[in-house]
Ligand binder design. Structure first.
Ligand SMILES: [Zn+2]
Length: 186
């Protein structure tokens, strides 16, 4: 064995024929490793409703402030789906300026693990559309990820976060986005 053949890299079990077939009802294949899909909204919806000459922002992603509009934090909204599917929607929470400052200050420190923040979901997300103007609480599940939406007094949002939804109802409008990349599939 030559020295150059030795490394500390681990060898994960990858490659081979895909273990999962596309679903007969919607044509979408679940992730082979069972990971949730990611559907990410690039910016809060309000960003696109402001005339360009009035748009004055600070930060980008995950911290975005829009002058005279509000403060936005990148969050994940996990949704459980039937038949082995799940999806994390990357969305934005409109939060209080003080909370924005606190999140920004603690983001890369141990205090981040205890961060809890309330705000309003800032994207209309198909199939539910515009979210009710009710505070949704976000918590940290994993310090390497942005906060996850966890609870809300609104019954619909409670169902979105807690129920298992028919996967086709939720995923069909994103089917183009969720197609496996043939370059990656080989
Ligand atoms: Zn299906």
């Amino acid at each position: 064995m030559t020295k150059s053949n030795v490394s500390r890299a681990s060898r994960a079990k990858i490659g081979g024929k895909s273990a999962v077939e596309p679903c007969a009802c919607c044509g979408i294949a679940p992730d082979a490793q069972g990971r949730p899909f990611s559907v990410t909204f690039g910016l809060p919806d309000v960003y696109f409703q402001i005339e360009e000459e009035l748009l004055d922002t600070w930060g980008d992603d995950p911290f975005l402030a829009i002058k005279n509009v509000g403060f936005f934090l990148r969050v994940l909204m996990p949704v459980n789906l039937t038949d082995g599917f799940s999806v994390n929607f990357g969305t934005w929470l409109e939060i209080h300026g003080e909370d924005f400052k606190k999140a920004w200050t603690n983001w890369n420190f141990p205090e981040y693990a205890d961060l809890e923040i309330e705000g309003y979901v800032a994207n209309a997300i198909t199939p539910w559309g515009e979210f009710p103007h009710k505070l949704v609480r976000a918590v940290v599940r994993d310090v390497t990820q942005v906060p996850f939406l966890a609870s809300c007094p609104d019954p619909l949002v409670t169902r979105i976060l807690g129920d298992t939804w028919p996967h086709a109802e939720v995923l069909t409008s994103y089917s183009e986005l969720l197609k496996p990349d043939p370059k990656l599939e080989g």
